[in-house]
Design a protein around this ligand. Structure first.
Ligand code: PAF
Length: 279
Protein backbone atom coordinates (compact mmCIF):
# COMPACT_ATOMS: atom_id res chain seq x y z
CA UNK A 1 0.00 0.00 0.00
CA UNK A 2 1.49 3.30 -1.13
CA UNK A 3 0.73 6.52 0.74
CA UNK A 4 1.23 9.87 -0.95
CA UNK A 5 0.87 13.13 0.95
CA UNK A 6 1.37 15.81 -1.71
CA UNK A 7 -0.14 16.59 -5.10
CA UNK A 8 3.28 16.55 -6.75
CA UNK A 9 4.28 13.18 -5.34
CA UNK A 10 1.00 11.46 -6.18
CA UNK A 11 1.09 12.85 -9.73
CA UNK A 12 4.67 11.74 -10.20
CA UNK A 13 3.82 8.28 -8.92
CA UNK A 14 0.79 7.95 -11.19
CA UNK A 15 2.62 9.28 -14.24
CA UNK A 16 5.18 6.53 -13.85
CA UNK A 17 2.66 3.88 -12.89
CA UNK A 18 -0.18 4.50 -15.36
CA UNK A 19 1.47 3.32 -18.57
CA UNK A 20 2.23 -0.01 -16.88
CA UNK A 21 -1.23 -0.45 -15.34
CA UNK A 22 -3.45 -3.13 -16.84
CA UNK A 23 -6.37 -2.31 -14.57
CA UNK A 24 -8.49 0.80 -14.60
CA UNK A 25 -8.29 3.27 -11.74
CA UNK A 26 -11.18 3.53 -9.29
CA UNK A 27 -11.30 6.42 -6.85
CA UNK A 28 -13.08 6.54 -3.50
CA UNK A 29 -12.99 10.01 -1.92
CA UNK A 30 -13.39 10.07 1.88
CA UNK A 31 -12.94 12.35 4.84
CA UNK A 32 -11.54 9.45 6.88
CA UNK A 33 -13.15 8.08 10.07
CA UNK A 34 -13.71 5.06 7.86
CA UNK A 35 -16.56 2.65 8.54
CA UNK A 36 -18.12 -0.31 6.74
CA UNK A 37 -19.93 2.09 4.38
CA UNK A 38 -16.61 3.31 2.97
CA UNK A 39 -15.13 -0.17 3.03
CA UNK A 40 -18.10 -1.54 1.06
CA UNK A 41 -17.28 0.91 -1.76
CA UNK A 42 -13.70 -0.33 -1.77
CA UNK A 43 -14.95 -3.93 -1.89
CA UNK A 44 -17.15 -3.09 -4.89
CA UNK A 45 -14.13 -1.66 -6.70
CA UNK A 46 -12.06 -4.69 -5.73
CA UNK A 47 -14.62 -7.06 -7.28
CA UNK A 48 -13.94 -5.30 -10.59
CA UNK A 49 -10.19 -5.58 -10.04
CA UNK A 50 -9.57 -1.87 -10.32
CA UNK A 51 -6.41 -0.17 -9.15
CA UNK A 52 -7.89 1.51 -6.09
CA UNK A 53 -7.11 5.01 -4.86
CA UNK A 54 -8.65 6.25 -1.60
CA UNK A 55 -8.29 9.86 -0.50
CA UNK A 56 -8.52 10.91 3.12
CA UNK A 57 -9.06 14.62 3.47
CA UNK A 58 -11.33 16.61 5.78
CA UNK A 59 -12.29 19.33 3.34
CA UNK A 60 -12.77 22.69 5.10
CA UNK A 61 -14.68 24.28 2.23
CA UNK A 62 -17.69 21.95 2.51
CA UNK A 63 -18.37 22.84 6.14
CA UNK A 64 -20.53 25.84 6.93
CA UNK A 65 -19.02 28.30 9.47
CA UNK A 66 -21.04 26.97 12.42
CA UNK A 67 -20.37 23.31 11.59
CA UNK A 68 -18.09 20.63 13.03
CA UNK A 69 -14.94 21.05 10.87
CA UNK A 70 -12.52 21.26 13.79
CA UNK A 71 -14.23 18.49 15.74
CA UNK A 72 -14.75 16.16 12.78
CA UNK A 73 -13.33 12.74 13.77
CA UNK A 74 -9.76 12.28 12.55
CA UNK A 75 -8.58 8.69 12.92
CA UNK A 76 -5.79 8.36 10.37
CA UNK A 77 -3.93 5.52 12.06
CA UNK A 78 -6.93 3.19 12.30
CA UNK A 79 -8.11 4.27 8.84
CA UNK A 80 -4.78 3.24 7.32
CA UNK A 81 -4.91 -0.12 9.09
CA UNK A 82 -8.38 -0.78 7.62
CA UNK A 83 -7.22 0.17 4.14
CA UNK A 84 -4.14 -2.01 4.43
CA UNK A 85 -6.32 -4.99 5.34
CA UNK A 86 -8.24 -4.48 2.11
CA UNK A 87 -4.99 -4.11 0.13
CA UNK A 88 -5.92 -0.71 -1.25
CA UNK A 89 -3.30 0.28 -3.81
CA UNK A 90 -2.80 3.98 -3.15
CA UNK A 91 -3.82 6.38 -0.38
CA UNK A 92 -3.77 10.11 -0.94
CA UNK A 93 -3.74 12.22 2.25
CA UNK A 94 -2.99 15.79 1.21
CA UNK A 95 -2.53 18.65 3.64
CA UNK A 96 -4.77 21.72 3.62
CA UNK A 97 -1.87 23.97 2.53
CA UNK A 98 -1.24 21.84 -0.52
CA UNK A 99 -4.70 21.13 -1.86
CA UNK A 100 -6.88 23.97 -0.61
CA UNK A 101 -4.37 26.74 -1.41
CA UNK A 102 -6.21 27.84 -4.52
CA UNK A 103 -9.95 27.56 -4.44
CA UNK A 104 -12.72 27.71 -7.00
CA UNK A 105 -15.04 29.35 -4.50
CA UNK A 106 -16.36 31.82 -7.07
CA UNK A 107 -17.13 29.04 -9.49
CA UNK A 108 -20.53 27.94 -8.36
CA UNK A 109 -21.76 24.91 -10.22
CA UNK A 110 -25.42 25.44 -10.82
CA UNK A 111 -26.49 21.93 -11.61
CA UNK A 112 -30.20 22.53 -12.14
CA UNK A 113 -30.30 23.95 -8.63
CA UNK A 114 -29.52 20.56 -7.06
CA UNK A 115 -27.11 22.30 -4.68
CA UNK A 116 -29.96 24.41 -3.24
CA UNK A 117 -32.40 21.60 -2.47
CA UNK A 118 -32.71 19.33 0.57
CA UNK A 119 -29.39 19.62 2.46
CA UNK A 120 -28.35 22.58 0.29
CA UNK A 121 -31.12 24.69 1.81
CA UNK A 122 -29.58 24.23 5.26
CA UNK A 123 -25.89 23.98 4.30
CA UNK A 124 -25.31 26.58 1.57
CA UNK A 125 -21.51 26.05 1.50
CA UNK A 126 -21.69 22.30 1.38
CA UNK A 127 -22.23 21.25 -2.23
CA UNK A 128 -20.06 23.94 -3.86
CA UNK A 129 -17.33 22.91 -1.38
CA UNK A 130 -17.74 19.24 -2.29
CA UNK A 131 -17.61 20.06 -6.01
CA UNK A 132 -14.47 22.13 -5.52
CA UNK A 133 -12.53 19.39 -3.79
CA UNK A 134 -13.80 16.43 -5.78
CA UNK A 135 -13.04 18.16 -9.10
CA UNK A 136 -9.53 18.86 -7.83
CA UNK A 137 -9.08 15.22 -6.88
CA UNK A 138 -10.39 14.08 -10.25
CA UNK A 139 -8.03 16.34 -12.16
CA UNK A 140 -5.06 15.19 -10.08
CA UNK A 141 -5.82 11.46 -10.01
CA UNK A 142 -7.67 11.01 -13.34
CA UNK A 143 -9.58 7.87 -12.37
CA UNK A 144 -11.85 5.98 -14.76
CA UNK A 145 -14.46 5.32 -12.08
CA UNK A 146 -15.50 7.10 -8.91
CA UNK A 147 -17.54 5.39 -6.18
CA UNK A 148 -19.92 7.27 -3.89
CA UNK A 149 -22.37 6.10 -1.21
CA UNK A 150 -26.13 6.07 -1.45
CA UNK A 151 -26.59 7.56 2.02
CA UNK A 152 -25.40 10.83 0.49
CA UNK A 153 -27.68 10.41 -2.53
CA UNK A 154 -27.88 14.17 -3.18
CA UNK A 155 -24.09 14.37 -3.26
CA UNK A 156 -23.94 11.37 -5.61
CA UNK A 157 -26.46 12.91 -7.99
CA UNK A 158 -24.93 16.39 -7.83
CA UNK A 159 -21.42 15.13 -8.61
CA UNK A 160 -22.72 12.83 -11.34
CA UNK A 161 -24.37 15.82 -13.04
CA UNK A 162 -21.24 17.99 -12.73
CA UNK A 163 -19.07 15.23 -14.15
CA UNK A 164 -21.49 14.86 -17.08
CA UNK A 165 -21.66 18.62 -17.62
CA UNK A 166 -17.90 19.06 -17.59
CA UNK A 167 -17.44 16.04 -19.88
CA UNK A 168 -15.00 14.38 -17.54
CA UNK A 169 -14.36 10.90 -18.95
CA UNK A 170 -15.32 8.81 -15.95
CA UNK A 171 -18.17 6.72 -14.62
CA UNK A 172 -19.88 7.55 -11.33
CA UNK A 173 -21.08 4.51 -9.41
CA UNK A 174 -23.20 4.28 -6.29
CA UNK A 175 -22.74 1.77 -3.46
CA UNK A 176 -25.72 0.97 -1.27
CA UNK A 177 -26.21 2.33 2.24
CA UNK A 178 -24.70 0.12 4.91
CA UNK A 179 -26.69 -0.03 8.15
CA UNK A 180 -26.21 -1.22 11.71
CA UNK A 181 -28.52 -4.04 12.83
CA UNK A 182 -30.68 -1.30 14.34
CA UNK A 183 -31.19 0.13 10.84
CA UNK A 184 -29.20 3.31 11.49
CA UNK A 185 -27.17 4.19 8.40
CA UNK A 186 -23.44 4.14 9.08
CA UNK A 187 -21.89 7.58 9.21
CA UNK A 188 -18.69 9.01 10.65
CA UNK A 189 -20.87 11.39 12.66
CA UNK A 190 -22.60 8.50 14.49
CA UNK A 191 -19.54 8.65 16.79
CA UNK A 192 -21.03 11.80 18.33
CA UNK A 193 -24.20 10.01 19.50
CA UNK A 194 -24.57 9.26 23.20
CA UNK A 195 -26.28 6.01 24.20
CA UNK A 196 -29.59 7.79 24.68
CA UNK A 197 -29.20 9.69 21.40
CA UNK A 198 -28.50 6.42 19.63
CA UNK A 199 -31.81 5.00 20.85
CA UNK A 200 -33.55 7.99 19.32
CA UNK A 201 -31.53 7.86 16.09
CA UNK A 202 -32.77 4.41 15.09
CA UNK A 203 -36.21 5.92 14.52
CA UNK A 204 -34.90 7.73 11.45
CA UNK A 205 -34.84 4.61 9.27
CA UNK A 206 -37.95 3.17 10.95
CA UNK A 207 -39.81 6.34 10.02
CA UNK A 208 -38.57 6.22 6.44
CA UNK A 209 -39.82 2.64 6.07
CA UNK A 210 -43.15 3.41 7.71
CA UNK A 211 -43.59 6.51 5.53
CA UNK A 212 -42.89 4.45 2.43
CA UNK A 213 -45.58 1.95 3.41
CA UNK A 214 -48.12 4.67 4.09
CA UNK A 215 -47.34 6.40 0.78
CA UNK A 216 -47.88 3.09 -0.99
CA UNK A 217 -51.19 2.76 0.86
CA UNK A 218 -52.22 6.04 -0.77
CA UNK A 219 -52.19 8.43 2.20
CA UNK A 220 -52.17 12.15 1.48
CA UNK A 221 -48.48 13.02 1.19
CA UNK A 222 -48.27 16.45 2.75
CA UNK A 223 -50.34 15.60 5.83
CA UNK A 224 -48.45 12.31 6.19
CA UNK A 225 -45.06 14.05 6.13
CA UNK A 226 -46.25 16.63 8.67
CA UNK A 227 -47.49 13.87 10.99
CA UNK A 228 -44.23 11.92 10.71
CA UNK A 229 -42.16 15.00 11.52
CA UNK A 230 -44.24 15.67 14.62
CA UNK A 231 -43.78 12.05 15.68
CA UNK A 232 -40.00 12.28 15.35
CA UNK A 233 -39.90 15.45 17.46
CA UNK A 234 -41.93 13.67 20.13
CA UNK A 235 -39.51 10.72 20.10
CA UNK A 236 -36.60 13.07 20.88
CA UNK A 237 -35.24 14.53 17.65
CA UNK A 238 -34.55 18.18 18.39
CA UNK A 239 -35.02 19.55 14.85
CA UNK A 240 -36.12 18.18 11.50
CA UNK A 241 -34.51 20.03 8.59
CA UNK A 242 -36.64 18.19 6.05
CA UNK A 243 -38.65 15.08 5.34
CA UNK A 244 -39.44 15.17 1.63
CA UNK A 245 -40.23 12.99 -1.32
CA UNK A 246 -38.30 13.72 -4.51
CA UNK A 247 -37.74 11.88 -7.75
CA UNK A 248 -34.39 10.19 -8.30
CA UNK A 249 -33.40 13.23 -10.37
CA UNK A 250 -34.35 15.35 -7.32
CA UNK A 251 -37.27 17.01 -9.10
CA UNK A 252 -40.74 17.16 -7.58
CA UNK A 253 -42.29 13.74 -7.29
CA UNK A 254 -45.93 13.18 -8.18
CA UNK A 255 -48.23 10.29 -7.41
CA UNK A 256 -47.67 7.28 -7.60
CA UNK A 257 -44.10 8.38 -6.70
CA UNK A 258 -42.34 5.97 -9.00
CA UNK A 259 -38.53 6.29 -9.22
CA UNK A 260 -38.71 8.52 -6.14
CA UNK A 261 -37.10 8.58 -2.74
CA UNK A 262 -37.93 9.77 0.73
CA UNK A 263 -35.20 12.03 2.09
CA UNK A 264 -34.68 13.06 5.69
CA UNK A 265 -32.28 15.23 7.68
CA UNK A 266 -32.83 15.51 11.41
CA UNK A 267 -30.91 16.68 14.46
CA UNK A 268 -30.46 15.10 17.86
CA UNK A 269 -28.93 17.95 19.82
CA UNK A 270 -25.67 18.76 17.96
CA UNK A 271 -25.70 15.71 15.71
CA UNK A 272 -27.22 16.02 12.25
CA UNK A 273 -28.21 12.76 10.59
CA UNK A 274 -29.37 12.13 7.02
CA UNK A 275 -30.86 9.13 5.26
CA UNK A 276 -32.98 8.24 2.25
CA UNK A 277 -34.80 5.24 0.77
CA UNK A 278 -36.29 4.37 -2.56
CA UNK A 279 -40.09 4.20 -2.57
O1 PAF B 1 -18.87 12.25 1.31
C1 PAF B 1 -17.81 12.69 1.76
O2 PAF B 1 -17.18 12.11 2.66
C2 PAF B 1 -17.24 14.00 1.22
O3 PAF B 1 -18.25 14.88 0.90
C3 PAF B 1 -16.30 13.80 0.02
C4 PAF B 1 -17.00 13.19 -1.19
C5 PAF B 1 -15.14 12.91 0.43
C6 PAF B 1 -15.71 15.15 -0.43
O4 PAF B 1 -14.97 15.75 0.58
Amino acid sequence: MIIKKTIKSVQKYLNNKKPKLINKIAFIPTMGALHEGHLSLIKLAKERQYFIIVSIYVNPSQFDPNEDFSNYPRTLRTDLAKLKKLSVDLIFTPKIDDISKYTFKKMKYSTFGIENKLCGRFRPHHFPGVAEIVLKFLSILKPEVIYLGQKDYQQFFYLKRIIEQTNLPMKVKMGKTIRENSGLALSSRNKYLSKDDHEISVHLYKTLKETRLLIKNGLNLSSLLKKQKKKLLKIGFTKIDYLEVKRNDLKTSTKPHKKSRIFIAAHINDVRLIDNILI
